[in-house]
Design a protein around this ligand. Sequence first.
Ligand code: SF4
Length: 217
Amino acid sequence: MKSMEKLKINEIFYSIQGESTYAGLPCIFIRLTYCNLRCTYCDTEYAFYEGKDMTIEEILDEIKKYNCKLVEVTGGEPLLQTGVFDLMKKLCDEGYKVLLETSGSISIENVDKRVTIIMDLKTPSSKMMKKNLYSNINYLKPDDEVKFVIGNREDYEWSKEIINKYELDKKCKVLMGCVFGELTNLELATWILEDNLPVRFQMQLHKYIWEPEKRGV
Ligand code: SF4
């Protein structure tokens, strides 16, 4: 049976995956509208309200235009729209490798187990740290990824404590990157090496390939 439930979609585009352990690969991005957070460093404020209503079938038709089997469902916060769970299931059924990028403030319990989850834990400088839903850690799979976005030394120290407290590196992959323009890659890389921290350093590749402010890449 075809689902007529509509999702509000901010944009669908094809680009190079800029983050996560999938960085560098061609990827289709499905960006959903709305976000319940307001991070200080947000670079996708245009996704807070703008969007077009689409059924799951319309979304699938749209992405078939690209000859690519890697799809990222992102936002805003994609888990705010209940239809996203069916969308991800349908994408998996259709043979796509699905990545979900989520802020970590909404339960991931009901996300299809075939989906690779890339979940933020919001650091102090985001000013959204209180929204972290730590129970989500219980649902992370070994191939899932937790991401810390670091704006200063306080963020770094806080992230280290959280990694230790929840033994995150034993549960899943752990990523660390800088708030673009706030901290240099060299500073963060140096701290990670000094501490021999079991994390994967990452840069937002798309911000180096294209202009940092460019949308749809
Ligand atoms: S969770 Fe993401 S989209 Fe939402 S405010 Fe934070 S950075 Fe922006």
